[in-house]
Design a binder for this molecule. Structure first.
Ligand code: G4P
Length: 526
């Protein structure tokens, strides 16, 4: 069996495509699926982007996406590899969902718009990748438009994303003068030919070959020679080990909408990207080739049909083989569970899965048993690490707007928080509940879903807060003192951990200065 697991693990590449909204994530994902034969026509992947930031838009899109399951994981085979692309929300207000998804992938492709360069959301996403040393590949998109100079972009990526880069292709011209890319790795010139499947490939071992002048014109040939030589001198050669450790990021240039540069990216990706990696738990590290099954839930998705409140928990298989109709231990609940309809996803098709291997994502129908971070094992008690909550940025008090429905409200809040819709903090002084989010839309979605799925209604009230941070002290006495002195600003999160609610930046830095022995954490796993 273990050789079978090894063979399956070797085949798998599980990753996410991430980007600042509008950089071209959906377009690139779709082109990757086209190459993989998972879809036949462009436009088959519905954009999960919300053009207008309204709740009804969001709910409408969610409904259209058929509970988002069809596109949550997109699997296809390419060159004997099983590729699993994990989808992430396109809206910045749901960034936390993306951060959690990143805990379940083995590598990431970051898309950057050549004209906009590194944007705010790109920085945050890559920061999350760096926390786990996730290998990152970069695709600089929209070369058919005028954008920043290639060298400047690489500098920007190194500086803002703190990634060491290694360009594997280099553009010739840009915008209306975009001629194509030179593949430094394969020593091939790919001429831009919009409308063709791959562009027009010419092997070009030596850039001094006069054929280059004929292909792109003397001026561009000269420019490419100069730039490519400089790039090869300045940047390190590709080193797979360094890439796998998250220390070196290959960079490709192209134009996703024109299908250009995508094949180079995919071909390189399947060659070098990591196979399913190990995971950390509080008790021990898990290796994918272990014979016994382990997995954890990284995302929970509600069924949008209000008549069925069941949800789908997305579980990443970490080791061994997951089998249908087999008893597994739900570690947090210390309860045996088996799954009769576990689901896998092949592009738009949903299928019941009999067996799943490390790197695979399985959808488990759930009536409220799971929350994010829950582990399943064959019996061992393992608590998965590294699925943090981040300190939210927006805060509101949440109040019950219909006293007849307080039970429904409590249940709804409880389940939706488990799903990761937002975070809740309960003030220890007066039990008032505060909802914390990354974006405004999360408040609206929470309110909408409480009403439509639980029949409860809530109202928000403003609260002046700058940050919520988890606190910890080595000595019990110090913590007690802090909790006493700051009693008005202390809350507990859903797990019962203490959180300091700082009203302003100044209050936070004063507290940090006054209590040097208290640790203030901006994410929940410390
Ligand atoms: P996202 O998922 O990262 O948010 O981006 P998405 O793929 O939806 O792309 C955002 C916009 O950029 C889309 O245009 C898309 O067509 C365009 N785009 C993607 N790749 C390229 C490229 O290589 N070159 C150029 N010029 N444009 C590109 P849109 O007008 O917002 O949507 P649509 O109406 O074209 O679908």
């Amino acid at each position: 069996m273990s050789t079978k697991i090894a063979a399956e693990v070797n085949k798998r590449r599980t990753f996410a495509v991430v980007a600042h909204p509008d950089a071209g994530k959906t377009t690139l994902t779709e082109k990757l699926l086209l190459f993989g034969g998972a879809i036949q026509v462009a436009g088959a992947v519905k954009s999960n982007k919300i053009k207008k930031s309204t709740t009804s838009d969001f709910m409408e899109i969610e409904k259209q996406r058929g509970i988002s399951v069809a596109t949550s994981v997109m699997g296809f085979e390419y060159r004997d590899r099983q590729i699993n692309i994990l989808d992430t929300p396109g809206h910045k207000d749901f960034a936390e969902d993306t951060y959690r998804t990143l805990t379940a992938v083995d590598s990431v492709i970051v898309v950057i718009d050549v004209a906009k360069g590194v944007e705010e959301q790109t920085e945050r996403l890559v920061e999350v990748c760096r926390m786990r040393d996730t290998p990152v590949m970069v695709f600089i998109n929209k070369l058919d438009r005028v954008g920043k100079d290639g060298m400047d972009l690489l500098d920007e990526i190194e500086e803002k994303l703190k990634l060491n880069v290694c360009p594997l292709s280099w553009p010739v011209g840009m915008g209306p003068d975009f001629k194509g890319v030179y593949n430094i790795y394969e020593k091939q010139l790919n001429l831009f030919a919009p409308g063709t499947k791959y562009g027009d490939l010419t092997a070009l071992e030596d850039l001094d070959d006069p054929v280059l002048d004929k292909l792109v014109g003397e001026d561009y040939a000269e420019e490419l020679r100069e730039e490519a030589n400089m790039v090869m001198e300045v940047y390190p050669d590709f080193d797979r080990e360094a890439y796998l450790k998250g220390q070196l990021s290959p960079v490709f240039f192209g134009s996703a909408v024109n299908n250009f540069g995508v094949k180079e990216l995919l071909d390189c990706f399947v060659e070098v990207a990591p196979t399913p990696t190990g995971f950390h738990t509080e008790e021990r590290d898990i290796e994918p080739l272990e014979p016994k099954f382990t997995g954890f839930v990284f995302k929970i998705h509600a069924n949008m049909d209000p008549r069925h409140r069941d949800r789908i928990a997305f579980m990443r298989v970490c080791s061994g083989v997951f089998e249908r109709n087999t008893n597994y231990l739900h570690v947090r609940k210390n309860k045996k569970m088996k799954f009769s309809n576990p689901t896998t996803f092949m592009a738009s098709k949903k299928e019941v899965v009999e067996q799943a291997y490390p790197g695979d994502i399985v959808g488990l129908y759930d009536s409220g048993n799971f929350k994010i971070g829950d582990g399943l094992t064959e019996g061992e008690t393992l608590h998965f690490k590294g699925i943090p909550s981040f300190s939210p940025e927006l805060f509101r008090y949440i109040e019950n707007a219909n006293p007849m429905k307080s039970k429904q409200l409590a249940k709804g809040i409880d389940q939706l928080m488990d799903e990761g819709v937002a975070q809740i903090f309960t003030k220890t002084s007066n039990n008032r509940k505060i909802i914390g989010t990354v974006g405004q839309l999360q408040f609206d979605v929470l309110q909408y879903r409480l009403e439509h799925e639980y029949g409860a209604s809530c109202r928000y009230e403003p609260v002046q807060l700058h940050k919520a941070c988890w606190i910890e002290a080595e000595e019990e006495e110090q913590l007690k003192e802090f909790l006493r002195k700051k009693a008005q600003f202390i809350a507990k999160d859903k797990e019962g951990r203490y959180v300091y609610l700082a009203e302003s930046k100044w209050m936070l830095s004063t507290a940090q200065q006054d209590y040097p022995k208290i640790k203030f954490h901006f994410k929940s796993d410390f």
